[in-house]
Write a protein that binds this ligand. Structure first.
Ligand code: AMP
Length: 214
């Protein structure tokens, strides 16, 4: 299966796509996570991406498309994958369509997590991530057992550099201008499934599973 998760920053794409990937035993590919790893490793891609990410802007299409082509070609993707945070522009979506046509493959579904902008700021400013394993928490909605410490690996929880109100506003603008046209893009191709992103995490996962099976 090849599935895309689409939605505004803070819609829960990361959380839900990881849960679904586990259920389906396929890898979850997050371009944001791949870029943050590249920054940590100080690779040339990481150095180039950092200045865009720190401002809440999108990283140029050619960089992202290169990353996805390379990553989806790896062995663990042979039974499919979930894309979290890609595509984010029409040019990226076109590149993905072309890539899949060349491989004689197709997309199965696009899960669109619908959320109102008002809820996004609270979700993102309260988000904490593990500095080592990347696991996500929230100071109100998903607390770690011990404040500031990851339940899974006991390392320190941090706030992402782009999770402050100013950067969140920029990210939402980028989403509205560049990414939201993909809703119509995939609707026209009969691939879009809209899922309300508010409420209980497990319930949302179940709704997504139902949409994928239906
Ligand atoms: P995320 O972890 O998905 O919220 O992504 C964090 C940041 O990484 C974004 O604000 C962008 O700067 C960058 N990024 C991630 N995925 C993409 C993409 N598909 N296209 C452009 N920039 C991206």
């Amino acid at each position: 299966m090849k599935i895309i998760f689409l939605g505004a920053p803070g819609s829960g794409k990361g959380t839900q796509s990881k849960r679904i990937a586990e259920n389906l035993s396929i890898p979850q590919l997050s371009t944001g996570d791949i870029l943050r790893e590249a920054i940590k490793a100080k690779s040339s891609v990481g150095i180039e991406a950092k200045r865009y990410m720190d401002e809440g802007n999108l990283v140029p299409d050619h960089v992202i498309i290169g990353i996805i082509k390379e990553r989806t070609g790896e062995k663990d993707c042979s039974n499919g994958y979930i894309l979290d945070g890609f595509p984010r522009t029409v040019a990226q979506a076109d590149a993905l369509t072309e890539m899949l046509v060349a491989e004689n493959q197709n997309l199965d579904k696009v899960i669109y997590l619908e959320i109102e902008n008002d809820n996004v700021v609270e979700r993102l400013t309260g988000r904490r991530v593990c500095s080592a394993c990347g696991a996500e928490y929230h100071i109100k909605f998903k607390r770690s057992e011990k404040a500031g410490v990851c339940d899974l690996c006991q390392n320190e929880l941090i706030t992402r550099a782009d999770d402050n109100e100013e950067k969140i506003r920029t990210r939402l603008e980028q989403y509205d201008q560049q990414t939201s046209p993909l809703i119509a893009y995939y609707e026209e191709r009969n691939l879009l499934k809209k899922i309300p992103a508010k409420g209980d995490i497990q319930e949302i996962t179940q709704n997504i599973m139902n949409a994928l099976e239906g």
